[in-house]
Design a protein around this ligand. Structure first.
Ligand SMILES: [Zn+2]
Length: 361
């Protein structure tokens, strides 16, 4: 019986193998079509596009099953495929993958993504299709972080230095916690050591917060741009975050993530980091990323190049604000900073071969 069963399995394998060979000879596989499309768009190099991702459980929540967390990993790699010739990507990341959660974020100090398979806001669950947009957004933060040293070098020097200090402080805190759990420290000693650690690090904390404040609106803009380009969709974050129960309460926060539905009345309210560059999002879509314009641009440069030109424009304004020590944003300068960002991006949108403008008013 065992022999017969093994023979049967062998025959099935042989049959499947010949079938796949037959298919290969007969018509191009999807991969071949994809790779041909990529090389048409100047995105031919496909080696070393993988980020080493370690999936970990998130605090008290159950870890996501491996098939679903693989979808998250695949998305990261699919983005790497189109950016790898023009931008850097993280070589290593941790991934806290959970089933349902109201939040998603990228932690620069931990180099970790926390991603839910489905958003759950109070009692309302979103379809996983919409959560993928948020995965791309969060990975967009990781990409922006990875490239900040190239696009805004003077700002990045201090920013990365302080991020490293924060990372070390986190590790020290963790080490103390372990000593306390192992009972090598009493509760009094543990608390005293924590306090000392905080004092030791207090001198640079304010500066770290200021730098974070300067960067935050840019960071959110960059992450939304990555999601919008990856999915060729102006509504990624609006679709991902909108839920009818919250529409009034949030005052249009989700709507202000749209790249197309600009309402001046809403723009005035968007001082939060995520919505600060609402107007500059609309300009980018109107002149560069709308479908006909995008198709035209992608005939001349790859998607990765397009993103790197946008990142460069952003980096120049970050450097400017850092040089002027302008860490926070006032209501009065809100619209002006939006215009400056769009102007800076627009000035970078040139075809390097011909010197011609890629986007246009
Ligand atoms: Zn974000």
């Amino acid at each position: 019986m065992i022999f017969l069963r093994n023979l049967l399995i062998f025959l099935v394998i042989v049959a499947l193998f010949s079938l796949s060979n037959f298919n290969n000879q007969d018509r191009p596989t999807k991969d071949a079509v994809r790779s041909r499309n990529r090389s048409l768009a100047g995105e031919g190099r496909t080696s070393n596009y993988k980020t080493q991702i370690t999936v970990k459980p998130y605090r008290f929540l159950k870890m996501l099953d491996s098939k679903k967390s693989q979808e998250m990993i695949d998305l990261v790699h699919n983005i790497n495929l189109w950016i790898l010739d023009d931008l850097s990507f993280p070589k290593k990341l941790d991934l806290f993958a959970v089933d349902q959660f109201a939040n998603a974020y990228f932690d620069t100090e931990e180099m970790a993504l926390t991603l839910p398979y489905q958003f759950r806001f109070e009692h309302h669950t979103k379809h996983p299709l919409f959560t993928k947009y948020a995965w791309a957004h969060e990975y967009g933060h990781a990409l922006f972080f990875e490239n900040i040293k190239d696009i805004a070098p003077r700002f990045a020097q201090r920013y990365l230095e302080l991020t490293q200090k924060a990372r070390t402080q986190n590790n020290d805190k963790e080490a103390l916690q372990i000593l306390y759990q192992e009972k090598s420290l009493t509760k009094v000693e543990y608390k005293a050591a924590l306090k000392e650690l905080e004092l030791l690090n207090s001198s640079w904390r304010t500066e770290y917060e200021q730098i974070g404040e300067l960067l935050a609106p840019f960071d959110e803009y960059a992450a939304d741009v990555v999601a919008a380009i990856h999915f060729s969709n102006s509504e990624t974050m609006n679709d991902s975050l909108f839920y009818s129960y919250d529409a009034k309460k949030s005052g249009g926060d989700a709507e202000m993530r749209s790249f197309e539905r600009y309402k001046p009345s809403l723009a005035k309210k968007g001082m939060a980091y995520h919505t600060f560059f609402y107007k500059a999002r609309t300009e980018l879509w109107k002149y560069c990323l709308n479908r006909p314009r995008r198709v035209e641009i992608l005939r001349r440069v790859s998607r990765g190049k397009l993103l790197s030109l946008i990142f460069n424009g952003m980096g120049q304004l970050i450097e400017q604000r850092y040089q002027q020590q302008k860490f926070s944003y006032t209501v009065e300068e809100h619209e002006k900073v939006n215009d400056l960002l769009w102007e800076s991006i627009d000035a970078n949108m040139l075809d390097q071969n011909s010197g011609e403008e890629l986007c246009g008013n």
